[in-house]
Design a protein around this ligand. Sequence first.
Ligand code: DGJ
Length: 700
Amino acid sequence: MLILENNGVFILETENTHYVMAVDCTGVLGHEHWGRKCADVNDYKSTYTSWDKNSNHSARDYGKTEYIPYGGTCYRTPALVVTYADKCREAQLLYKDFEVTFENEDTFLLEIILEDKHYGLEASLFYRLREGTDVIERFVKLRNKSENVITLNKVASGEFNLPSLRPYSSTNFNGSWAAEFYREDTAVKNGVLTYENRKGGSNHTHNPVFILSQNATEDEGDVFFGALAWSGNYKVEIARDFTGRTRAVIGINDFDFSYTLKPGEEFDAPSVYCGYTKGFSEMSNQMNAYAVEHILPKSFNKASLPVLYNSWEATFFDVSCEGQQKLAELAADIGCELFVMDDGWFGERKDDWAGLGDWYVNKVKFPNGLKPLIDKVKSLGMRFGLWFEPEMVNPDSDLFRTHPEWAYHYDTRDADLLRHQLVLNLTKPEVQEFVFRVMDDMLCEYDISYIKWDMNRAYSQTGGENLENPQELWYRHVKAVYEIADRLKEKHPGLQLECCASGGGRVDYGALSHFDMVWTSDNTDPIDRLEIQHGFSLLYPIKCMRAWVTDTNRRSRPRDFDYRFNVTMQGSLSIGGNLLKYNEEELELHRRYIALYKEIRETVQFGRLYRLADFENDHLYANQYVKDNQSVLFLCKSVNTFFNEKFYHVRLKGLDGLARYTVKYDNKEENYGGDYLMNVGLGFEMGGTLESKIIVLEKE
Ligand code: DGJ
């Protein structure tokens, strides 16, 4: 890890890569290189020129700049758009200065300051480098050093120039509710490919990331990626121009956005974590390790997550003290460590038509409050968690009857409901305080160590009549969510937060900087989950991926618990079925798998992941986790057809070639050398049905 500066050439050296920028003779910061290291750094120099031919068309669109503002004769996708007080709508950012800060023995921060001298706008581009990784954290700070207001119309967190002129493949998702992380690879041949969200949260459809690759497999090929730490409207624009140059611009969405920067004020655009790796596997493992070490909230980042029981699919809204106590008894008996009561415990909540906003305990369901339930849960040796959906209100609630003006609305329009609910205007300080207070009060009154924070609708009627600049609303709402989460954690240090938005509608590195984990998807069908989990694992940490074993019969499959455990044990194992309906044999199966999970969870939650199989061709998901002396291989067939009966040789990865391993599966033990397992592989016949296996390898 190194930052070098040599006459306006900036070289950022990570474990395996160089990221290079250079100031050109006119003061523009050009981008020079991102990719493999060069032995002699003295070769790097400025090759960018902002010189333009005096012709009928501009050549500036084709240059490689580090952070391009809208203005002059450059028309391509800009990173920054501003309006000055005199209505001038272009910025000219020229190099002013730089500073390197030694943050600690493992971390350097480079700040390159650009300025629009005439208008007193400063843009600082930050690059944070950490020891032992190729991931670079980039972020941008804007400062108004003038006497006048500056309106920000677009502030991206980064512009990225890719080296090759051949088309890249872009990987993102094209999902939906219950179909998050449905991977799609698209060739970027020309024009602009946009992934964005305008619904308020980061949403189920796409994800605020770019992954651009060439000839990439798990282990080979060039992969460039960036993941935005933002849980609101975002925009990822990937453009390939006439010369073949591909660029990605990623940041807060400029749709319905502007921000008024007053004299003396600063604006922080969210971080983007970016890197270049050889193959997808290295990308996933680098981001996984980086997130655990540097992004997740510090309180629990290094702790493995408990096996939890969640009541949602067992009882839906029909919760009661007695019913939950009975579930808790069984949950503890099979080995759960945390009991989470989901929706239905508050206000007049019988279904999703009423109650959101009234965060008092329902007297009929819990005549003596939550204490008897929590006492029971604790006496069984588990911790207790509770569901909230704090950003929302049902029109049928005391809160709405008292404060209709707290919901986003236009007085002249009918309220447009989704899931019979409205979104609270978190940009109002009194609403923010209310939301903090209702959860804080419950945490003070009861022994609650876990909150599942849900969010079940897209925003609309975002008038923001309370704001001087209503277009700041999207930005300010997200900031308010982060602030409330941080305040709760600060006041209640033992509290774990799960981020949920109708499943995985808020999975991003913004949320994961404030919440300890996410609810991945409302789809608990194990076959669908294989695809969802595959997509999630590309850039997000495995330990944060909550996965439940349930009874769902979405696609009319029998309750095959072996298969369900096999899939869910590949993330943070949780139980979500109606235990009261299980027979002793099924409960015993739960006991055995939960006990096994506890033996392997360090490896799953913190190990390296190898996605071994080409699932599209084989309909076999083979995911191997390796940490220290243990490795776990999960095999799952994803189609239920006789035609797919095959003999597979699964070649493992990441083992110690010279060591011997005890290989345990199907109630038997075998013994192999590491190089045999990696070069020859383990042979299995996998039947035509939905077969699965868990294989545990222990180094001798
Ligand atoms: C949506 C979540 O994703 C579910 O897990 C559950 O908490 C429901 N909301 C409750 O309404």
